[in-house]
Design a protein around this ligand. Sequence first.
Ligand SMILES: Nc1ncnc2c1ncn2[C@@H]1O[C@H](COP(=O)(O)OP(=O)(O)OP(=O)(O)O)[C@@H](O)[C@H]1O
Ligand SMILES: [Mg+2]
Length: 274
Amino acid sequence: MVNDLQKIAGICRFKPDVYRMVTGSLNKSLNGLPHPSPGMAGVKQRSTATEQALPLIHFENVGLRYGMGPEILRDLTFDIPKRSFQFLTGPSGAGKTTLLRLLFMSLKPTRGLIRSFGRDITQIPRDELPLLRRRIGIVFQDFRLLDHLTTYENVALPLRVRGKEESSYRQDVLELLKWVGLGERINVLPAVLSGGEKQRVAIARALIDRPELLLADEPTGNVDPPMARRLLSLFLELNRLGTAVVIATHDLALMDQLDARRMILTEGRLDIYE
Ligand SMILES: Nc1ncnc2c1ncn2[C@@H]1O[C@H](COP(=O)(O)OP(=O)(O)OP(=O)(O)O)[C@@H](O)[C@H]1O
Ligand SMILES: [Mg+2]
């Protein structure tokens, strides 16, 4: 269990009061795309005015190669602004997952500068990285659920890591699981879940703590179109509550539902359409 806690501790954190507002607001939007949530904007305003003006993440002339291989990403210069919403797209093998790994600070660039939460990542001591990563929620392309924990336990684990009493979050977890269509699957292990069900558990785990940045790698790759729309509305609602969202996807139908910023990777270069 200690290893499990350590694995998850790096990617999640929990604020039950804020989460309750997320689920409350989501429940209002069950029948369509969600509405803006008045009164939510001020929820996370703990930082100084200068911090507010900085982008969450800044890339400058970033390049990445694996080992001695060719450069996969070249001369990437862009910002992920606070509270922004963007799709990241491009053909298979273009480097979407690689770019998400750079954003999550699990990979270091081979050249260029990355500032995360205002810090040059090469200057961040190794033991501080997990703390910064806790500000980021991530949905991995291969889910990375813990096989011996149930659906409920996988989603609740980050909250246990925070030392929260189960009574303070149980309802929130159940509500979110119901919302993503897993109300009947809360007590089963990942082995018996379908690909789409596992994907939704991974999404619930990334959202439960309402991170400052959400990175989702093909989060609708295994679900049908109605569920994909439902998940998109969940991401949108989270964004309206203040989270910056980056969704890596091939799904043109999903992107066409929204007039959002598009980051397009082609042959290692990035074009951005605002
Ligand atoms: N650990 C690694 N070592 C060496 N090469 C890698 C590694 N991970 C990815 N690559 C290579 O980097 C390139 C980009 O891979 P990446 O997984 O980032 O692409 P992607 O856009 O996410 O693809 P997909 O749409 O199929 O998920 C590919 O050529 C891949 O083979
Ligand atoms: Mg990928």
